[in-house]
Design a binder for this molecule. Structure first.
Ligand code: AMP
Ligand code: MG
Length: 496
């Protein structure tokens, strides 16, 4: 059933040309009555796809899995993974189907996945479907991430299916068209390593290097360089999550992208009040994926990744282990540099020195002790950098502002060493301290309106406004606000 879209999507499916054991060929399962929720027009154009074609009846049918577009080669990718520390040798795309790849207008190859497209050979007990709420959450948060400048998978479109999915209760079904620079995960490497399939590990490494790290592909140490490159991107990614108070919630190795993008927005959440041990996910009882534990878990996941590469990292096992260890040992410094650089920028510090680390750490401590809102504290600090008259606004964010006074003085002394005008320091700070983020209670309210009353206006508004997270402007005052006590979201659920 090859139906050409007009104009057709220029698919070029390189992963489907890899050996057969890398995936299963499987078509999406048709749904009852697909309806378009939203097309991401900017992203569609970036991919060389006409947004009007996507929004046409044929396009919507393709997005729902009811038609296979010309050039599409639907596959479910094989992968394994450590989930909460326990290894499962076979997970795979159980409710997502890669319909094909396109090379975008910047020359970057991107995957188009349909998440919620029906059962695959990897579905195990699952129904292969996604409920509307999680699809909207992923749309909102992944697009907000892109606007915040954080590497992420993207949302190309979302449709409702007209079918019900059974979770704790029947919920409307939906499908997200997700775009990623690839869906290769630590778990993809683990799938082959667990089978002692070294040829496949090498093939996958070569493919991944050519696709994501082409600059190292001709070097004499390419697999070792590959490990270093993945470590660097992962460290930088986690640092970027920390700047915005993001908690991923399920940092399993199957949710750890080799390209260094944020993937899988399940029970994820942004912190309102800052506390380093914050956890939202209802399934994360031990706090394994708590806010401040994320850098440690990324390190753990990278060790699992390094293990998969051991057969191709050296002539002997000893040599391979030594090479892997040396690179893994570099991770803490990579992460520390990224995190302190980012926090320094958030505090308006231009030429960071070793002394600034304490100033950064102390602000975090002051926020935690004062029960302050993370996003508003940094943003208001940007105003205070311009004019101390705003200090009052900052104090008002703290349940106990006495903890702030000493720190404020030290920070002012530090900024006084900066030759830039206060106005310019403040402008630089506002460019890295968002004024709005996808706050949980607002995301929940948008989901509730859509799922409960078919009202998608709050969803569209959130997506539209979060596209400009750094610009303060009229009309977004309500989106800046932390939740009122009765609006606080204390737990998030996978719900998929
Ligand atoms: P996740 O928690 O989304 O990272 O998914 C972990 C694994 O469970 C992956 O292999 C998914 O494909 C699979 N999975 C999650 N939800 C479903 C579902 N509704 N049907 C089939 N497989 C699923
Ligand atoms: Mg996943």
């Amino acid at each position: 059933m090859d139906t050409p879209l007009t104009p057709p999507i220029p698919f070029d499916n390189s992963y489907a040309r890899l050996p057969e054991r890398f995936f299963s060929c499987v078509n999406p399962t048709p749904v009852a009555a697909p309806q378009l929720i939203r097309v991401n027009e900017t992203l569609a154009r970036e991919l060389g796809i006409d947004p009007n074609a996507l929004a046409s009846p044929d396009g919507v049918a393709m997005l729902a899995g009811n038609r296979i577009a010309e050039g599409s080669h639907p596959i479910a990718m094989a992968y394994a993974g450590h989930q909460f520390g326990n290894f499962t040798p076979q997970l795979g795309d159980g409710r997502a189907i890669l319909i094909g790849e396109v090379v975008d207008t910047h020359g970057i190859r991107r995957d188009i996945h349909l998440k919620g497209a029906g059962r695959t050979p990897y579905s195990r007990m699952g129904d292969g479907r996604a409920a509307l709420g999680p699809v909207l959450r992923e749309y909102i948060v992944s697009e907000a991430f892109a606007a915040l400048g954080i590497p992420t998978t993207r949302a190309l479109a979302a449709v409702t299916t007209g079918d019900w999915v059974l979770r704790e209760e029947p919920l409307p079904g939906a499908i997200l068209a997700r775009v990623a620079s690839s869906h290769i995960r630590v778990g993809t490497f683990q799938f082959f390593a667990a089978r002692k399939d070294t040829d496949a590990v090498r093939t996958l490494a070569d493919y991944t290097i050519a696709r994501h790290y082409p600059e190292i592909k001709d070097g004499p140490d390419k697999y070792r360089d590959f490990l270093s490159a993945v470590i660097a991107r992962q460290g930088e990614l986690i640092a970027k999550w920390m700047y915005v108070g993001f908690i991923h919630g399920v940092m399993n190795t199957d949710n750890c992208s080799i390209a260094g993008e944020t993937i899988d927005f399940g029970p994820c959440a942004f912190m309102d009040t800052y506390h380093p041990s914050t956890v939202f996910s209802s399934i994360d009882q031990g706090g394994r994926y708590a806010f401040s534990n994320q850098p440690v878990i990324a390190n753990w996941n990278l060790v699992r990744f390094a293990e998969t590469l051991l057969p191709i990292l050296g002539e002997t096992q000893e040599e391979a282990i030594a090479a892997a260890q040396e690179r893994i040992d570099a991770y803490p410094a990579v992460f520390q540099t990224a995190i302190t650089d980012g926090y320094a920028a958030k505090l308006g510090i231009d030429n960071k020195t070793a002394d600034d680390t304490a100033l950064i750490q102390d602000f975090l401590t002051v926020m935690a002790n004062g029960g302050a809102d993370y996003t508003l504290s940094f943003r208001t600090l940007s105003d205070a950098a311009e004019d101390p008259a705003h200090d009052e606004k900052l104090r008002a964010l703290f349940a106990d502002a006495t903890v702030l006074e000493d720190w404020l003085q030290r920070w002012r002394q530090r900024l006084a060493q900066d030759p830039r005008a206060p106005r310019n320091i403040a402008a630089a700070m506002r460019a890295v301290n968002p004024v709005i983020i996808p706050r949980n209670h607002q995301v929940e309210a948008a989901i509730k309106a859509a799922v409960g009353s078919g009202d998608f206006a709050p969803f569209h508004r959130l997506v539209d406004e979060l596209a400009k997270p750094f610009d303060d402007r009229p009309g977004i005052d309500d989106l800046k606000l932390p939740p009122k006590p009765d609006e606080i979201v204390r737990a998030t659920f996978c719900g998929t």
